[in-house]
Write a protein that binds this ligand. Structure first.
Ligand SMILES: Nc1ncnc2c1ncn2[C@@H]1O[C@H](COP(=O)(O)OP(=O)(O)OP(=O)(O)O)[C@@H](O)[C@H]1O
Length: 291
């Protein structure tokens, strides 16, 4: 279980309000895609979930308990740029992830603990499809393989919450497609709650069970830093047909959004209005036919 509850969360850096009034209830096992304009605070929100940052105001609880004030192994993280050590092999990189989680002071495990850790590491490396590359160095791996290694480093700690910051941003389309399958498989098998930042709306709407769109709802042209972004749209995607309809309309909507968004300065709005309306329409017609 890892139900995430966010209550009246605000984050300010100096004079700049980055996030404001965020309230969320994310049930255990959800796959949330975080989308929104560049600089609106998506990564900041992930860092707050990781406890790498503290809220200016408000609370985040996991299963009813406040987040510990420091990052913990129960929250894994995967960044776009590979966080692997170039001088260590695939296996050594994953072992290190586990050693830091289980022996935070010394960073080393010994005896039976180390043997057990090595078994878990071998299993995780197999799961992400890097078995044959176990003894290779990151420099000898393709981009997709390096990202698999980052995922293995996070997974070996058996996180209940997996945080991913544009994990596929640097990958070519073919490798991306493979990674989508892998991440969905792992998410289902491990029953993790996932928060993934992405700039690719199609990726978000295809992979996630819920899309959280961050944007500002208040603006002061005289003081652009006065207001922060909030979760403007919270779109559950539990209905397959609804998800397919939204994904099929995305390219056309994104194109019109780009033309208008540039002048209005608020991209995304129409896109999410559409997604929200599609949901409501389908719900209404479903309710009518059920009566
Ligand atoms: N440690 C920090 N100190 C001061 N300002 C910060 C800090 N971290 C982030 N910011 C500011 O907060 C704002 C939000 O940044 P953040 O990286 O969370 O946005 P984002 O939505 O993830 O952006 P992008 O989509 O471009 O990656 C930015 O204006 C950034 O400059």
């Amino acid at each position: 279980m890892s139900t995430v509850r966010v209550r009246d969360l605000w984050k300010q850096y100096g004079a700049q309000m980055v996030l404001e009034r965020i309230n969320l209830d994310i049930p255990s096992g959800e796959f949330c895609a975080l989308v929104g304009p560049s600089g609106c605070g998506k990564t900041t929100f992930l860092r707050l979930l990781l406890a790498m940052e503290q809220p200016t105001r408000g609370t985040i609880t996991v299963d009813g308990r406040p987040l510990p004030r420091e990052p913990r192994p129960d929250r894994g993280v995967v960044f776009q740029r590979y966080s692997v050590f170039p001088h260590l092999t695939v296996e050594e990189n994953v072992v290190l992830g586990l050693e830091f989680a289980r022996a935070p002071l010394t960073g080393r495990l010994y005896g039976a603990k180390r043997r057990r850790a090595l078994e878990e590491v071998a299993e995780t490396i197999e799961r992400v499809g890097l078995g044959p590359s176990r003894t290779k160095y990151p420099g000898e791996l393709s981009g997709g393989m390096q990202q698999r290694l980052s995922i293995a480093q996070a997974l070996v700690r058996k996180p209940r919450i997996l945080l991913m910051d544009e994990p596929f941003g640097a990958l070519d389309p073919g490798t991306k497609a493979q990674m989508y399958v892998l991440v969905r498989e792992l998410w289902r098998a491990e029953r993790m709650t996932v928060f993934m930042v992405t700039h690719d709306l199609k990726e978000g709407f295809s992979l996630a069970t819920r899309v959280l769109a961050f944007d500002k709802v208040r603006h002061d042209p005289q003081a652009p830093e006065a207001y922060g972004a909030t979760v403007k749209f919270n779109i559950p995607l539990d209905d397959k047909a609804e998800r397919a309809e939204i994904v099929s309309k995305l390219p056309a909507l994104a194109a019109s959004e780009n033309e208008e968004g540039a002048t209005r300065g608020r991209p995304w709005a129409r896109l999410f209005d559409f997604a929200g309306t599609t949901r409501r329409k389908r719900r209404d017609s479903h309710e009518r036919t059920s009566i």
